[in-house]
Design a protein around this ligand. Structure first.
Ligand code: SF4
Length: 82
C-alpha cells in the first residue's frame, strides 16, 4: 500500500521537510527507504500484535528468534502458553 499512498499524496509529500510516520517500525523503515526526506516515528513498536477490537491488541509474537510454532500446534510458548 505504501506505493499507492505515496502516489496519492505526492504533492503534499513533495512540499514536506519531514514525514511523521504512524506505523510500526517496519512501516517507518519501508517509507524511509522510499522517501527522500527524513522520517520520524510517531509510535513505539512494542510487539507484533493482532487486533481484537478497536484499539485492543493481543501480543502474539515478540520475535524471539527461536520460533517453535511448528512444534506447539501454532501456540507461541513465549506469549500464549502459561
Ligand atoms: S516462539 Fe513465539 S515469540 Fe518466538 S518467534 Fe515464534 S511466535 Fe514469535
Amino acid at each position: 500500500m505504501s506505493h499507492e499512498a505515496l502516489a496519492e499524496h505526492e504533492r503534499e509529500i513533495g512540499q514536506a521537510q519531514a514525514a511523521l510516520i504512524m506505523t510500526c517500525a517496519f512501516g517507518v523503515q519501508t517509507l524511509g527507504r522510499q522517501l527522500q526526506i527524513p522520517v520520524i516515528p510517531a509510535l513505539d513498536t512494542l510487539f507484533i500484535g493482532k487486533e481484537r477490537g478497536v484499539g485492543l491488541f493481543d501480543e502474539i509474537c515478540t520475535q524471539c528468534g527461536d520460533c517453535i510454532l511448528g512444534e506447539t500446534g501454532g501456540l507461541c510458548p513465549v506469549n500464549q502458553l502459561p
